[in-house]
Ligand binder design. Structure first.
Ligand code: AMP
Length: 283
């Protein structure tokens, strides 16, 4: 069946009204497009678990800082549409920024604490932008479930907290990180890497695997694990560490002792490209 393309909130509402009338369950997959198998895994799961699936493809300007890659962020809507259709989703929402944000748009959703460390500390306003657009998409889609990748682990934690705090009527489903054969986490931003940088980028996963192994073997000192990860990354000449942090997986507050569920998250520049990756260790 052909996927329906909607461009405005009004068009989305019309489709959703019809789905609701039929009593369908609805799954939502928010994306910024330039889709790869990571996004694909979310869409597949959503198709399995819901009667109808809406995928949004929107490079959300308010989650980008002034010196970030909003202008150059890769876009290929025709390819995205083909992939979404082949995976069996029912509707794609692909708005223009002006359809999402009126010139006098003045509301921001801000989640304290959990959004303040890691990427929140390096990208001021980023999670406010994410939470605001995600809330709009939740309201427009009236979805029963929304699918987020663990690739953006802090985003997943922030969205879960927002949904809990605001009693939003939606279930947040976290999905595992999909990787290339050599371990690099799939990301639309990998396209920025030269072939030399692409090889160097495998250091992120290598370092995380070493750290994860230490934790699995019983290492309790977050500092010891962090130092090991930093040591491996610093041996790669093209890599520059933005952060290596171990936090509580629920609060995203740094921990010294690993005795509960933790998130080990890293952000590393490979050349000019900032890549993120992580592992979660749950007890
Ligand atoms: P983005 O288009 O980068 O905003 O990502 C949209 C959604 O896809 C987010 O929930 C991401 O966490 C998820 N995602 C991106 N890359 C991956 C990946 N490699 N594995 C799993 N999920 C991913």
């Amino acid at each position: 069946m052909k996927v329906t393309v909607t461009r405005t909130p009004a068009e989305v509402k019309e489709v959703i009204k019809d789905w609701k009338k039929q009593g369908y369950s609805i799954g939502l997959v928010p994306t910024m497009g330039y889709l790869h198998e990571g996004h694909g895994s979310l869409i597949k799961k959503a198709v399995e678990e819901n009667d109808k699936v809406m995928v949004s493809v929107f490079v959300n300007p308010i989650q980008f800082g002034p010196n970030e890659d909003l202008e150059t962020y890769p876009r290929d809507f025709d390819a995205d549409l083909k992939m979404i259709e082949s995976l069996g989703a029912d509707m794609v929402f692909h708005p223009e920024p002006s359809d999402m944000y009126a010139s006098d748009f003045s509301t921001t959703i801000s989640v304290a604490g959990v959004s303040e460390n890691l990427c929140g500390a390096r990208r001021p306003g980023h999670f406010n932008g994410v939470c605001t657009v995600v809330t709009k998409l939740f309201n427009l889609s009236e979805a029963d479930r929304a699918y987020f990748g663990q690739k953006d682990a802090q985003q997943l934690a922030v969205v879960r907290r927002m949904v809990r705090d605001l009693n939003a009527n939606i279930e947040i489903i976290g999905c595992p990180i999909i990787r290339e054969d050599d371990g690099l986490a799939k990301s639309s931003r990998n396209t920025y890497l030269s072939s030399e940088e692409r090889k160097a980028a495998t250091v992120l996963n290598k370092a995380l695997c070493a750290g994860k192994q230490m934790v699995e073997e019983g290492e309790k000192s977050a500092l010891t694990v962090k130092l090991r990860i930093e040591d491996i990354i610093s041996k790669e000449p093209l890599a520059k560490i933005d952060y290596v942090e171990i936090t509580d997986w629920n609060s995203i507050e740094p921990v010294d002792i690993i005795d509960g569920s933790i998130l080990c998250a890293i952000a590393v520049y490979i050349g000019n490209t900032r890549l993120i990756d992580n592992f979660i260790y749950e007890v």
